[in-house]
Each structure stands twice: as C-alpha cells, then as structure tokens.
Design a protein around this ligand. Structure first.
Ligand SMILES: [Zn+2]
Length: 415
C-alpha cells in the first residue's frame, strides 16, 4: 500500500525510539536505555539546526510527556502521527520524494521518454518515478547525457602511448568513444592527481561500483594494484546495489584521517573489428555480449518501446533482483535508445546517467561520514579482447572535502 508520510509542524504529535532524543541524560531518566522504549505523544514545538554525532541536522524541537524541558530529535528519526495545522515551510518544499510516494506530475514528465510508438501506454513503477523525478527528469527529457565530456588525450601521452599499444585498434576505440583513454593512462593520471591531495596507498580505501562480469575487474585491478583490495559497492551493469548501507560500511572502513576513491560506471565491449556490445573472451570461442546484463535490459526495454511487450510488473524476485532492478532503472531511456544512431554505443551512456542518480543519492546521504576527502571517478569502462588494452571514458572526477562539500572538478585534468 502506498502511504504518505505526514509532515511535521508546531503542534504535531508523534513518536520515536527514546534513544533518538537529545539531550540523552534527561530522556534516559524516564526511559532507561535497556528498556528500548518508544516515547509516544511527543509534541513538536519547533524546528532548529542541532549538532548530533558531529554533524549538523535539521531537528524537531519537542516536548516529551514526563520529561522536563525541551528536547530535540533528528527529523528522519521521528514519526509524525497527528498532523499539525500548518506544516513547516522546510517540509512543504521537499525536493526528494519518499520512494513510496508517487508524484503524479513527475510521472507525466518522465513517461514520454519511455513511450516510443503511438498508442503505447505504460506505467513506470512508483519507485523509479520518484527516483528520477527527484534528480534527473530534466536531463532525461532533453535526452542529453548529463555527464558526457569530450575528453582528449594530452600531447605527451599521444607521443608516449603505453608499451605495446595497438595503434590501429586504439584509433578504432577512440573513434567510437571519443575521450576514452587506456586504463593504464587513466590510473597514472588519477593516482598522480590524488597524490597531490594527500592520497597514498596506506591512507586510501578504494571502493568500486562496476559490473559483476570478470571483465569489469580489469579496471578495478588497475587501481587495486595501487591502493589495495577494494570495497565492492556494485552489482549487475555497475549499479551501486550495495546502497546506503554498503556506503555506510565502506566509509567506516576508510583509514582514520584518510581518503576514499570511488570508481563507478557501466561497461561495454568492443571487438577487434569494432562491433560494440560484444567482446572476445579468453578461452571462449563465442564472441559474446558485453555487458550481458545491460543488453538483456535493453532488449526488454526495446520490446516495450516497440509495443510487442508490456512492462513486467512482477519483475522483482529474490533469485534475480539485481537484473530486475536494472530493467526498471533503464525504463526512462526508451526514447533515447530507440533514437540513437547506435543503440549499443548509447546504452552504456544511458546506464551511466541512470547510475549517476543513484550514486549522487547515496553520496548525498552518506557524505557526512567522509573522513579527510573523497574522490568520485565515474565513466564508461570499455572492455576489449584479451590481447589489447582496455579503456575508460571518464565522465566525472569530483573531489569532496572533509565537510562533505564538492570543492573541485578534477575531470579537466584527465583530458
Ligand atoms: Zn556486465
């Protein structure tokens, strides 16, 4: 059932686990911690910024029955049960909808992107609408990749390509993916830039969100060789399915006073003769799909946009839930992919834009836990045959400081 979260305001009433209220010592007198009690009939008397666990949060000021004086609680920990006469202004201007609340206006903005042929009706799942309406509807409407950067190789690297580079194949890759550079070149530049900021192998945790496919390890290994074993946030197609919980655990594992480098993105194969969406694999005669998960999702979407299939409303199952999620997350790109000159080439960029929504959401939720600094590298991983270099097209390289603020765009330095 879809439920609507009640807004807070002066006079609203609600409840929360007693341990979430501050100051703790006053609340503990009535609710000893071992009872794990829930404080009920708590009345909201105002709102204010308060420091809780070293971070400033917008809190409700509250009056708890039988507890002397005003207390406060981080808003998300409080459940409003009786609405106030007038909700706080801060809550009526909600920018991020509750995933369970369907915004019908946003649905109209997003649905035309999915529909392709005339007369094809479809309804997007509620969670997808809320997710995309929250952050990315404009980009999807325009059909423009949000992060596509026209990167180019620097003079010095053109003159000094990595040893053993197949220059004809290198041209072929770059004609299809302008801005791509070999993983080796990428790692060299990234590590150099981060070194200037203080990142070292000892004080840095590497976190990745790339596909389960063993070919996706190619990029990961390039950085694991430098920073050590990575924390894995990713799943099929490269989506960060470890989510907020994975991020929370990961950021707690960053060395004290240390740094975090995250690398995320989908991957795509290209064969020696330039077929995008396929790749030669070591020991396997069949030149098979890459990324298989992305292409399966693309085929599912194509059948819907062609009008030969409907959205599967029962897509979630525990035995295949990551692919179910990929297939839901790709839905807003029906029109963009149908209109693309080369669907297989456009597919990873569409998935990248989709992943950016999730990645930004996860970072925004968890950025208060950044220690010294966070570097976020995003882009498209390009897998090639076993005897040629793999490539990466960087689309984002952001640096966040210890306060969780995005302070520098490092992407131009990778060009
Ligand atoms: Zn894959």
């Amino acid at each position: 059932m879809v439920t609507t979260k009640k807004l807070g305001g002066i006079g609203a009433m609600g409840s929360a686990a007693a341990r979430f209220f501050h100051p703790g010592d006053r609340v503990r007198e009535k609710y000893p911690p071992e009872t794990r009690a829930r404080a009920i009939n708590v009345v909201i008397t105002g709102e204010a910024q308060r420091r809780v666990r070293h971070t400033t949060h917008l809190c409700y000021l509250v009056s708890i029955p039988d507890v002397e004086g005003e207390c406060y609680i981080v808003k998300k920990n409080f459940r409003v049960e009786v609405s106030p006469e007038t909700p706080f202004d801060s809550e009526t201007q909600v920018v991020r909808p509750d995933p369970e609340v369907v915004d019908r206006a946003a649905l109209e903005d997003v649905v035309p992107n999915v529909r392709c042929g005339p007369g094809i009706e479809m309804k997007l799942p509620a969670a997808i609408i809320a997710l995309f309406a929250a952050t990315a509807a404009e980009a999807f409407q325009a059909g423009i990749p949000t992060g596509r950067a026209n990167t180019r190789l620097s003079e010095s690297l053109v003159k000094n390509p990595p040893a053993g580079l197949d220059s004809a194949f290198d041209k072929l890759v770059k004609s299809n993916f302008p801005g791509a550079l070999t993983n080796k070149e990428l790692a060299m530049r990234v590590v150099g830039l981060l070194q200037e900021k203080g990142f070292t192998p000892e004080n840095t945790l590497l976190a990745t969100s790339v596909c389960a496919d063993e070919l996706a390890r190619e990029l990961e290994d390039e950085f694991v060789d430098i920073y050590g074993t990575n924390f894995n946030l990713g799943g099929l197609s490269g989506f960060p399915f470890a989510g907020n919980t994975g991020w929370g655990a990961m950021s707690a594992h960053v060395p004290d006073d240390g740094y975090c480098l995250t690398i995320h993105g989908p991957h795509v194969g290209i064969t020696k003769d330039g077929i995008i969406g396929k790749v030669e694999r070591s020991g396997i005669a069949l030149v098979d799909s890459c990324c298989g998960s992305a292409i399966a999702a693309s085929n599912y979407l194509q059948a819907i946009t062609d009008g030969t299939a409907d959205i599967n409303p029962k897509i979630q199952s525990f035995s295949d839930f990551q692919q179910g999620a990929v297939q839901e997350l790709i839905l807003p790109f029906g029109q963009r992919l149908a209109r693309a000159d080369d669907r297989m080439r456009e597919l990873p960029y569409a998935l990248y834009d989709s992943q950016e929504v999730m990645v930004n959401d996860i970072i925004n939720t968890g950025k208060s836990t950044i220690k010294k600094g966070l570097a976020v590298l995003g882009g498209i991983q390009i897998n090639t045959s076993p005897d040629t270099y793999d490539y990466f097209h960087p689309l984002r390289f952001d640096y966040f400081n210890e306060d969780g603020n995005l302070v520098e765009n490092l992407l131009p330095y990778l060009r």
